[in-house]
Design a binder for this molecule. Sequence first.
Ligand SMILES: CC(=O)N[C@@H](CCC[C@H](N)C(=O)O)C(=O)O
Length: 373
Amino acid sequence: MNALDLIKIRRDLHQIPEIGFNEIKTQAYLLNKINELPQDFLEIKTWRTGILVKVNGSHSEKTIAYRADIDGLPIKERTNGIGYQSTHDGFMHACGHDFHMTIALGVLGYYSNNQPAHNLLFIFQPAEEGPGGAEPMLKSEELREWWPDEIMALHIAPEYPVGTISTRVGMLFANTSELFITLKGKGGHAAYPHTANDMVVAASHLVTQLQSVVSRNINPLDAGVVTIGVIKGGTKQNIIAEEATIEGTIRTKSMETMQIIKQRIQQLVQGVEVGFTCEASIDYGANYCQVYNEQERTEEFIEFTKKRPEAVFIESPEAMTGEDFGYFLEEIPGFMFWLGVNNQYGLHDARLEPDEEAIEFAVHHLISFINTK
Ligand SMILES: CC(=O)N[C@@H](CCC[C@H](N)C(=O)O)C(=O)O
C-alpha cells in the first residue's frame, strides 16, 4: 500500500465511526482491505467486531503483536470543510483510531508482501473508548491460540509535530473508572416545590461536592481526576425533575487512590440521598488498569528511535488519559507510544484534524523497528 492508498483508507474510515462493539462497517471495511492483500503468509480470524491477522514468519522464534483500536466516539464532528467528514451524524473518530487502524494496515500491507522473520500478529481491537474490548479479547480462544510474546501500540498526540515519538518506561497512562450515578426523587409541578424532591437541585449539589474529592481527600503529592462529562435531568422547564443522572470518569496513578476516591464518592452520594430524600445508585462501568510500559522493550524502542535521523524523541510525561491497552501490557511485555500528528485541537475535540503526513512516517518507523528484531 502506498501513501496515497493509506490516506484514502484513513479518509474512508474517518467517514464511518462506530462506537464500541458496533464496529460493523469498520470491521467489514478492514476485512475487505485485508482480503485484498497477498494471502501467502496470512491467517485471519474475527473476534466479535475485532479482527486478528497473523503473518507467518520465515524462521520465527517469537510472535510480535501490534494492536490498533477501531471504535469512534459519540461526538458531532465540527472539522472545517475537510470533504470527508463523518457520515454517521453524532459520531466521530475524534481520538485518532482511524489513524491507528490505517497505520496497522500499512504495516500489515508491507509484511504481506515481504515475509517477516518472526510471526507478527495484528490486533484490531473494538471498544477501547468503552465498554472495553481488550480485557475480554485477552480471554478469548482466538487470541489465546495466537498468544504473542511481545506487543506494541501507538496513540496519536496532536500536541507534537509530525515526526515526534514520545514514550517512557513505567506508567504512561492512568487507571480509569467510568462513573454513572442515578438519583431518583419525586417529580411535581414547578409551582409546588414543597411537594416534590427535585433531582436537578440534588444533582447540582452532588456535582459541586464531587469537585472536593480530589482537592480535599487526595494527598496533594499524589494525583487523581474526577471529571463529570454529562449531567441530565428533567423533561420540561416547568416540571420538577423526578430523576437525574450524572456521568463521569475517575483517573488515578495508583489503585489505592482509586479506592479512596470511590469510597468518598459513595459517602457523598449517601449524603445526597439523606439530604434530598432520594434514592441513588452508582455504577462504575468500565475500569481500565494503567498503561505500564515494560522496561526492556520500551528502552529498545527508545534507543532505536533516537538513532533515526527523521524522528524526534521526547521523553513523555505521565498522562491521566486511559487506555485498555493496559490490560495487554499486564500480560504481555511491551509498550505504547505517542505519535505526533500536529494539530491545535486535542483528543476528543470535535474539530480535531490530525496531519495525515504522520501515517507514512509511523508506518516506516514501525517497519524499520520490527525489521531490527
Ligand atoms: C486515549 C483516550 O482518550 N482514552 C480514553 C479512554 C476512556 C476510558 C473510559 N471509557 C473512561 O471514560 O473512563 C480516555 O478518556 O482517556
